[in-house]
Design a protein. Structure first.
Length: 72
């Protein structure tokens, strides 16, 4: 079976890839007796991008190229 190629960030029309697994988020929320809308998944992914960007900046500010738990 051929492997699927991952989409590059900033793909078609500058949109970023979703960084989270929607089915896992929905299953987690289902366990809390809640539903999850499609726009909530997109918003959650945007928050993850922001978190990672901030962690990368903190890591750079500390002279490292490796993001550690303490940066998040």
């Amino acid at each position: 079976m051929a492997k699927k190629k991952a989409k590059k960030a900033g793909g078609a029309k500058g949109k970023k890839d979703v960084l989270i697994v929607a089915s896992k988020v929905k299953a987690y929320m289902h366990g809390k007796k809640m539903n999850t809308s499609a726009d909530a998944i997109g918003c959650l992914s945007q928050q993850v991008y922001a978190l990672l960007d901030a962690a990368a900046e903190r890591s750079k500010a500390n002279g490292r190229k490796t993001v550690k738990a303490q940066d998040i």
